[in-house]
Design a protein around this ligand. Sequence first.
Ligand SMILES: [Zn+2]
Length: 152
Amino acid sequence: MDVTQIKHMTFAVRDAEKSLKAYKRLLGVPQATKIQEFAKSRNKAAVFDLGGIEFQITESMDPDGRFAAWIDQRGHEGLHHICFAVEDIDAALAEAQANGATLKECSACKVTGSHVHPEGWVAFLQDEVSGIEIEFMQVYKEGEGGDRPQGV
Ligand SMILES: [Zn+2]
């Protein structure tokens, strides 16, 4: 498995604005950081760099949305998934599946397995490591991913 870096970490929260304020107050996240709304996936999120890693502080816009349901199920906010950058997503998925992993549908796109996202090809695993969901991303290189959908 050729994980090259952590692409992002996504946290499920009930109130992204409140959470972002805490990151600004306690961890020095820039005051100019704003909450963005992602219509397609019905989420709002603060996305910022902290310690060289992209953080996504994400709140569902609907009570039964992906992140709201996750919080309800677990009973608390927390680290929802880690997205690991890989050199070759097809090879990474083949290796994971050869080792017993099962692919999970992307809740935003309703696609199972590798598919296009704004920043790269992504796929999710059904399998978790210690309660943390796994996403793989093969980040687009220059000239790749021209036919990609709007924000997720
Ligand atoms: Zn997707």
